[in-house]
Design a protein around this ligand. Structure first.
Ligand code: SF4
Ligand code: SF4
Length: 352
């Protein structure tokens, strides 16, 4: 399967995240599920709580071929029984695939459908000992977890994510080669917990979503009926940009709400979610009001990296990165430990 080069159409979306159903059984403490469920049902009722395959295909037609499709959004993607079929369809039509999953509701048949898919990135959300994510750890869950590793560890760059300390029951099944992150965030102001840092960005800002390679790689979130939200932080559905199953991308990108959000990045008097979001960054460098936070977090992460490299528990490494926005501080960390631009590669090597 050959990845088709990105279609060059500035009026087509270059990627999207898909929320394939409404309501996540994991109901994580650090995820404002209730907000999304209430608002979606208020607006659209309960008829389209799961995305249909033909809705997915209609939406995909409005995204540039060769663009990035993320199966994650604001729900466990395998809650939708057609998730594997949608991933395979998108991959076979030349899209790059990202997957974030707990594997809850994933089946062996799904893995068979996905066996030839090369993922750009897989993030596996694993059980935590505090019960912040409501996993039910059964023999079947552990069997699927193990099978997933056997089948897909070579099919894409895998990372773990955990909403606390790693649960003892899952530890024997983890790969030592995989980095685990436990950084929690306020979901752009949709969670208000004392332990989470809050943000009130000033001046001109940009969205620095994604990895270092994906700085400013913004993509909207598509809900089961095709509704497009600003992004997967928008649990309260404050910014509805349109409907990708009913409209072309150009209508969405020229639409009133999208243009208002863009203006909101330039002008702090126009309220947009991004002002409260950890993924936003000052357009002209680090926001001076947040410089101290980044500096102290950078040092915490750097200390953890050094400890890990000395052979201490892998879990210690990213537990120290609470509230850290890695895109902004990666260079500071690299400078601190004497690393270079290849820090990610060295980081992975340290785990092998
Ligand atoms: S964080 Fe992920 S797994 Fe947890 S409730 Fe939200 S969407 Fe579901
Ligand atoms: S900065 Fe704005 S667009 Fe980017 S993730 Fe945050 S809320 Fe979404």
């Amino acid at each position: 399967m050959k990845i088709i080069e990105n279609e060059c159409d500035p009026m087509k979306l270059s990627g999207a995240e898909f929320t394939l159903s409404i309501g996540c059984s994991l109901n994580c403490h650090y995820c404002p599920q209730e907000k999304l469920i209430r608002r979606y049902v208020d607006l659209y009722g309960k008829e389209e709580l799961f995305m249909k395959f033909d809705t997915f295909v209609k939406c995909l037609k409005n995204i540039k071929q060769g663009g990035g499709i993320s199966f994650a959004g604001m729900v466990e993607p395998f809650h939708n029984k057609e998730c594997a079929k949608m991933i395979k369809y998108a991959y076979d039509h030349g899209y790059k695939i990202w997957l974030a999953t707990t594997l809850v509701d994933a089946t062996e048949e799904d893995f068979e459908i996905l066996k030839d898919v090369c993922f750009e990135d897989i993030q596996l959300h694993i059980p935590d000992e505090q019960g912040n994510s409501k996993f039910v750890i059964t023999d079947e869950y552990l069997r699927i977890f193990q099978l997933f590793h056997e089948k897909f560890i070579a099919n894409g760059h895998l990372t773990y994510s955990c909403h606390g300390g790693i649960h003892d029951a899952i530890k024997p099944y983890l790969s030592r080669d995989v980095i685990c992150s436990s950084a929690m965030m306020n979901r752009a102001g949709n969670l208000e917990y004392e332990e989470l840092h809050t943000y009130a960005h000033k001046g001109r800002i940009i969205c620095a979503c994604g990895s270092v390679q994906q700085v400013t790689g913004w993509s909207p979130s598509v809900l089961p009926n095709g509704t497009v939200l600003l992004c997967c932080m928008d649990y309260g559905m404050e910014h509805i940009l349109g409907n990708l199953a009913l409209q072309e991308s150009s209508a969405i990108l020229n639409g009133k709400e999208y243009l208002r959000c863009k203006q909101g990045l330039e002008d702090e008097k126009i309220p947009v979610l991004c002002r409260k979001c950890p993924m936003a960054k000052a357009a002209d460098g680090i926001d001076p009001s947040e410089q101290d936070l980044y500096a102290s977090n950078a040092i915490k992460v750097a200390e953890a990296i050094k400890k890990y490299i000395k052979g201490e528990l892998a879990e210690a490494v990213l537990r120290a990165s609470l509230s850290v926005r890695s895109v902004d501080i990666i260079k500071m960390i690299a400078d601190y430990i004497g690393g270079g631009q290849d820090l990610h590669i060295r980081f992975r090597q340290a785990f092998s």
